[in-house]
Write a protein that binds this ligand. Structure first.
Ligand code: ASP
Ligand code: MG
Length: 405
């Protein structure tokens, strides 16, 4: 008999039929004698719909009120899930985040969990109840409703699994697990049996978003092993856990593609101390998220100058250009080239730490496809390249074939 935390995402509770399907899955574990805590997200589209309603009234609604509003999405889903369990004679009780003892800081719309006191959950489990907890929400010590940032139900589940010392934490979604690449682009992509927290985080930051990154960081910090699997079939999913020695046998765990980036190049930037600081401080102040940065030292004689390139999220490109244009008189660079016809291709794997020649093989594979590399960045377990958007999918298929098969 185990204590199991199961999280069902928005698509898994998208309609009453799907909610009944969730109830049947929960009942299956419950009837084997397990204690089951279920975390649910809002039905798919509901959170977006609520945000849209508020923005119809005013563009920047008050964040406290947004939290009160958005928390209703999950509150609907927990009650319906409890009702679906009752309909098949399983005793179930729904709890809001606050009722479940989830205490957060007061940063509305992106609150952090301070602590969890799961006293009520334990009492209900002891009484033989299935406990349904609203994901994505909590309460400040002063009793204000808060939410944990988009995708925050994952965090609720991981944090509850840690607080309850659950034997099993299952994240149910609409895909079978974590794949070596997006199967819609690479038909030969393979579902991974296991992946390390760090690989999962690097894949997420390079475009393969299966789970909210903060929740994976939380799981890593507290050592919560979890499984990502589908609520629509019984296939085993992918286990996410701390890296083990044999994980390094595989050089590349996955390939990901981020088509949501744009590139800005400042030509002939004066090569002297303080310029990069000035540029990136200004971008940061404008809340533009910068990902890759490439700059070379200048070797010319005369007034030294260098080209400076960086990438930003595609929707931020115009904002970034405005910030840069405003700096031009002060810094005195040449022209600015901005393009959103790029993609970032990344290979990720803890095996890179102990294998050589990985970068060479990647670049060679791209060269054979006639793909030009515009920028390169590396970490201990990742190599990313910026390439032409038009060739991105072709490149991804070739790289997957070269490293994974
Ligand atoms: N309903 C919230 C959202 O759409 C939280 C979640 O789905 O995890 O972001
Ligand atoms: Mg979601």
């Amino acid at each position: 008999m185990a204590l199991i935390v199961q999280k069902y995402g928005g698509t898994s509770v998208a309609n009453t039929g799907r909610i009944k399907n969730v109830a049947a899955r929960v009942a299956n574990y419950y009837s084997k004698g397990h204690k089951v805590v279920v975390v649910v997200s809002a039905m798919s589209g509901v959170t977006d719909g609520l945000i849209k309603l508020a923005k119809e009234i005013m563009p920047l609604p008050n964040e406290r009120e947004m939290d009160v509003l958005l928390a209703t999405g999950e509150q609907t889903a927990i009650a319906l899930t409890a009702i679906a369990l009752h309909s098949i004679d399983i005793p179930a009780v729904s709890l809001t985040g606050a009722q479940a003892g989830i205490v957060t800081d007061g940063v509305h719309t992106k609150a952090k969990i301070r602590n969890i006191t799961p006293k009520r959950i334990h009492e209900l489990l002891t009484q033989g109840k299935v406990v349904i907890v609203a994901g994505f929400q909590g309460q400040t010590i002063e009793g204000q409703v808060t939410t944990l940032g988009r995708g925050g139900s994952d965090l609720t589940a991981i944090a509850l699994a840690a607080a309850l010392k659950a034997e099993l934490c299952q994240i149910y979604t609409d895909v079978d697990g974590v794949y070596t690449a997006d199967p819609r682009i690479v038909p030969g992509a393979i579902k991974l049996e296991e992946i390390s927290y760090d690989e999962m985080l690097e894949l997420a930051s390079s475009g393969a978003k299966v789970m909210q990154s903060r929740s994976v960081e939380f799981a890593k910090k507290f050592g919560v092993v979890f499984e990502v699997r589908s609520s629509l079939n019984d296939n085993p999913g992918t286990i996410v856990k701390e890296e083990t020695k044999n994980m390094e046998d595989v050089v590349v765990r996955g390939v990901s593609l981020d088509k949501n980036q744009a590139k800005v190049t400042l030509v002939r930037v004066p090569d002297k101390p303080g310029i990069a600081a000035r540029v990136f401080k200004a971008l940061g102040d404008a809340a533009v998220n910068v990902d890759m940065i490439v700059q070379n030292i200048s070797h010319e004689t005369g007034a030294p100058a260098t080209d400076l390139s960086f990438t930003v999220d595609k929707p931020d490109l115009l904002k970034a250009q405005k910030v840069i244009d405003a700096l031009k008189p002060e810094i005195g660079f040449g022209k600015v080239i901005a393009t959103d016809n790029i993609a970032k291709l990344s290979i990720v794997g803890v095996g890179m730490k102990s294998h050589t020649g990985v970068a060479g093989k990647l670049f060679d594979t791209l060269a054979r496809q006639g793909v030009n590399i515009e920028m390169i960045s590396t970490s201990e377990i990742k190599i990313s390249v910026v390439i032409d958007l038009a060739k991105a999918e072709l490149a991804m298929k070739a790289v997957h074939a070269a490293f994974i098969g």
